[in-house]
Design a protein around this ligand. Structure first.
Ligand code: ACO
Length: 425
């Protein structure tokens, strides 16, 4: 609905551009009339472009607000389980008791993968990065469920969403076991979602009675919840753009995993630990900060494109971080170094002036390290959790008419003729 109108005057002609207002957030100016005017909009990095209308997630970067289906993230993280949040993302609201039982039952009964899928792993070098394995194996799921790839059929889309949310932890744990050279552990459906993931990661055939620490399982579940969705970020936009071609959901999620891998996005939590390794000890922090200020390096796990005051997920994650470190009584020089870095960055005018606060990845990296997850698995865990968001956006997109995503460009290349060049000796 058009609530107001903006006017654009170009080449002496005035165009009326409808303004649409959502429930929350900035209104948007509908620029489709530009097509008639013979102009395109130019917005590198999509800083002010809203290519979709969505009801899933709302972010207010200035206020540090994040809502999923209208519920604040801190309320969800403290009171709901990750699978309940998944249900809300997929279906529009948190489940009632019956819906919850049915959804949990469906997810937990789909956690296994086809035995033949195990063979895919053998095609990778044993030291392959688990994200590389994830990209290949998740994409390969489309070869296993080719009878359910019709994205125009809501039933097939729904079962695919369940399969993805259920199988991703199994594939993630397998990608770790493979690089570790340990046998894959079959999922155990008597565990909850987070416990099952930890079991598949850390149990071995010699230790099938492996006990999952409830503090760790709860922290893991919170990490999943805090990473479940984040509006139209780079990986979600990649999934939507890929899905706009009609590509199958497994391939779209594999595309999302690729986009997430980059260090400016989901690769940041791994990059935080790599940076801590590079700094080495608390004695080198001051010197490293000087390098950051000279713009030779970036402080990984700090800053955010959208949150310019604080990241609401980081607040919950910091509390969880303190809880986990306290409960496990862990003292690690790397964690001490991280805390020193956080303290300096929060006080130093360079970071304060630029609103560079620790983001969710700074604390999640520290928690994951404390609970024994290897650094190379950090982004995999992010991908596991974000699959719910990606698939929810894909379903939302497919539930209404949409166009193939096709941005324009400002061409600044040459205009030439090759005839003379090719014919000259
Ligand atoms: N360390 C040091 N300086 C930084 C950092 C950082 N992490 N981030 C931004 N800056 C500085 C820039 O140099 C720039 O300084 P200037 O004004 O003197 O030129 C200013 O802050 C603004 O930076 P931009 O690049 O314009 O900020 P943008 O919003 O485009 O970048 C980004 C956001 C990519 C997340 C950036 O902060 C960054 O690279 N952070 C480190 C990587 C990271 O932690 N990513 C995880 C994001 S959260 C997630 O994906 C879940």
């Amino acid at each position: 609905m058009a609530n107001d109108t903006a006017y654009l005057k170009v080449d002496g002609q005035e165009y009326e551009l409808p303004i649409h207002k959502g429930t929350l957030g900035n209104p948007v100016i509908d620029v489709s009339a530009f097509q008639k005017a013979g102009y395109w909009t130019y917005d590198p990095g999509f800083k002010v472009t809203a290519p979709v209308e969505s009801k899933i997630t709302y972010i207010n970067g200035e206020k540090g607000e994040l809502l999923h289906r209208g519920y604040p993230i801190d309320q969800l993280a403290d009171n709901a389980e990750y699978l309940e949040v998944c249900y809300a993302l997929l279906h529009g609201d948190l489940p009632n008791a019956e819906q919850k039982a049915d959804f949990y039952d469906k997810v937990l009964s789909h956690t296994g993968v086809h035995e033949q899928l195990r063979k895919f792993f053998e095609g990778f070098r044993r030291d392959a990065h688990p994200m590389a394995v994830m990209v290949g194996v998740v994409g390969a799921l489309s070869a296993f469920y080719h009878d359910h790839l019709d994205v125009t059929d809501p039933k097939q889309r729904d079962i695919t969403a369940i399969r993805l949310i259920a199988k991703i932890p199994t594939i993630a744990a397998m990608s770790y076991k493979y690089t570790k050279g340990e046998p894959f552990m079959y999922p155990r459906n008597d565990f909850n979602y987070a416990e099952n993931f930890l079991y598949m990661m850390f149990a071995t055939p010699a230790d099938v009675d492996y006990k999952v620490d409830p503090v760790i399982a709860r922290a893991m579940d919170k990490i999943f919840t805090l990473h479940a969705d984040h509006e139209q970020n780079a990986s979600t936009s990649t999934v939507r753009l890929t899905a706009s071609t009609g590509a199958n959901p497994y391939a779209c999620i594999a595309a999302g995993i690729v986009a997430l891998w980059g260090p400016s996005h989901g690769g940041a939590n791994e990059a935080v630990l790599t940076m801590l390794d590079e700094i080495g000890s608390v004695d080198n922090v001051e010197e490293y900060m000087e390098k950051v200020k000279r713009k030779e390096v970036r402080l990984m796990g700090f800053g955010h494109r959208v949150y310019k005051n604080f990241d609401p997920r980081a607040k919950v994650m910091k509390e969880t971080c303190d809880e986990v470190l306290g409960a496990l009584g862990i003292t690690d020089p790397k964690l001490e170094l991280a805390m020193k870095l956080e303290k300096i960055a929060l006080e130093d005018p360079y970071f304060v002036e630029r609103n560079l606060y620790p983001n969710v990845d700074f604390y999640s990296g520290i928690i994951l390290k404390a609970i024994g997850i290897p650094t190379s698995m950090f982004t995999v865990i992010f991908a596991l959790a974000r699959t719910a968001g990606w698939i929810s956006h894909l379903l939302e997109m497919h539930s209404a008419p949409f166009n193939i995503g096709r941005p324009r460009q400002l061409y600044t290349g040459e205009v030439r003729s090759c005839i003379h060049k090719l014919k000259s000796p």
